[in-house]
Design a protein around this ligand. Structure first.
Ligand code: MG
Length: 167
């Protein structure tokens, strides 16, 4: 049994992960429009990862005997002024995800819901990776500045990213 507070918070996070996929899809579309296919691929893979995250919550709720309820999404934002801006938005988004995961972990801890705490551990580790990935790319893009050759090479590198679910 999960408390009402905890199961609602888990369901909210599932929906936020779906919303994250939506936000990254908008970033992918921006990059494709600017002919940066590698950056677009990076964000498309990121969107797939977010759906995978959402489905982990969906499955966990189901395993605990709860039915997942799917919300609608707000507009995730489609306006970006540059590739750098899209990545900065992505990092800000991941920081918000981390804040939400920590909040969930706090509730699980308060309620001594150990199974939920154990489930959330994967997400706590994942958020360290997510923030690090975006911070590193932002540092690279800032260093590149207006060097279009270097930006082309980074775009090429990100074209190779593919989705590999990590359990
Ligand atoms: Mg996520």
């Amino acid at each position: 049994m999960l408390s009402e507070k905890l199961h609602v918070a888990l369901n909210d996070q599932m929906n936020y992960e779906f919303f994250s996929a939506h936000a990254y899809l908008a970033m992918a579309a921006y990059c494709t429009d600017k002919s940066y296919d590698g950056f677009a691929n990076f964000f498309l893979v990121q969107a797939e990862e977010e759906r995978f995250h959402a489905m982990k919550f969906y499955q966990f709720l189901s395993d605990k005997g709860y039915r997942a309820t799917i919300d609608g999404f707000e507009n995730p934002g489609n306006e970006f002024s540059s590739i750098l801006h899209a990545f900065e938005q992505a990092l800000a988004h991941e920081k918000e995800v981390t804040r939400r995961i920590y909040n969930l972990a706090d509730i699980a801890l308060e309620e001594r819901e150990h199974a939920t705490s154990a489930f959330l551990k994967w997400f706590i580790d994942e958020q360290v990776e997510e923030e690090s990935t975006f911070s590193t790319l932002i540092a690279k893009i800032r260093r590149i500045k207006d060097d279009s050759n270097a930006l082309f090479l980074l775009d090429d590198e990100l074209a190779k990213r593919s989705f590999t679910p990590v359990e």
